[in-house]
Ligand binder design. Sequence first.
Ligand code: UDP
Length: 489
Amino acid sequence: MKSTKPHVALLASPGMGHLIPVLELGKRLVVQHEFHVTIFVVATDTTTVESHLRNLPNPKLLNVVSLPPVNISGLVDPDASIVTKIIVMMRETLPALRSAIISTTRQLRPTALVVDLFGSEAMAIADEFEMLKYVFIASNAWFLSATAYFPTIDKRLEEEHINHKKPLMIPGCKPVRFEDTLEAFLDPKDQVYVEYLRLGVEIPTADGILINTWEDLEPTTLAAMRDTTSLGRVTKVPVYPIGPLVRPVMQVRPVPVQEDSVLGWLEKQPSESVMYVSFGSGGTLSSNQMIELAWGLELSQQRFVWVVRPPMDDDASGAFFKVDSNGYDGTPNYLPDGFLTRNSDKGLVIPMWAPQAEILSHPSIGGFLTHCGWNSTMESVMNGVPMIAWPLYAEQKMNATMLTEELGLAVRSKEFSTTTIVEREEIERMVRKIMVDKEGDGIRSRVKELKYSADKALSIVGSSYNSLSKVAKDCETSLQGQLSKARGA
Ligand code: UDP
């Protein structure tokens, strides 16, 4: 196959929070630049992939390759953190990725490999095949700053941050409070600490870092990363804010759906009257917290759609690899007695998984109680929906702090820890603050302003559009170099 357009290979880590933005990035490279794109996914639900790739103007340019599942049971402790499990899965996938890249090379050799953070070891394969290599951060620049700066502060981390709970000071960026810190930073003896440190060392070996953010969302952090006068700058690699990467949802009103579906139900509710409650693709609450949340929603007397999962008392990411509803009869018997009957006119409970992008874009949604996963956050912003921040794991506490203290897009509980219970009265207050009180109006208008700023960044000649165009240009230049070399040979 001869082509003057580059072929870019993308590698997504397991988990919808990684897969969804990588698919969107692949679509942008096809739609905006007419690149050939191959997305490598690690054993995932292909129906989800297909639903994301519908209506692509040029489907021939985008190919999704499922890499075979890997068995990591003998390699990690069953209680290891979700990040450790993902990283080990990615490591075990490398031989299959290498073979898959070799077979793609026979048709059109990829010019660049884009790996998401947890797949950074795959950059060695890019070196082997003389490809450009990029790291994609499916989160924000502040999170990147903490990760990329980790090797520099590693030696002081235990004494200052862990023992004395001092904030992490990152040059030019907002400090990270101990209460908000990444779980990976908490125990130097844990495998996740060691793996994370390695990520921090590998990121700067990339040709560039793509981030799911945009210039006007994080101007200070991005400026600090580019400040060539700062000796302690967190990374010297070019950073490309290309976000927000959110799946666009086309909805024709009224929605042509079944009456008994969630969208059918939303059609019958007044505008901005429903609180959507969801903890991402893996989040779970303890049994006591589930009960308090149910009562809090009921006491608020507001309409709601709640994606429920069986409670887990000691694992906030307990559903990460288990979100399918197989074997689950859909009766949530862990909710307070009579909850479903008492709230049948006001609320809808959806077991395990819901069409979140469609729900959030429905005009009846007026608020989002979210675990602050970065995709959920971006989806909320892009639909102008104010939030209640309820962080659980990973970088979600940093995200919650950014949303509440810096951007004013959310309210949150005074409880910081995931081990204390947020009580029903406080939940009731937060829901009413967003849905009923004046404070909610201010937050709502700030979210809508930010949506405008994101739309502008994504528009032609907007900052994110331009950022991705720079990466595209580098790929084109590299391809030209490859072609002239081949002609000369
Ligand atoms: N999601 C969904 N339905 C659900 C739960 C999650 O469609 O019931 C999607 C959600 O729209 C988002 C992604 O899964 O795009 C979750 O990513 P996020 O970064 O918010 O959180 P994570 O799952 O990585 O913790």
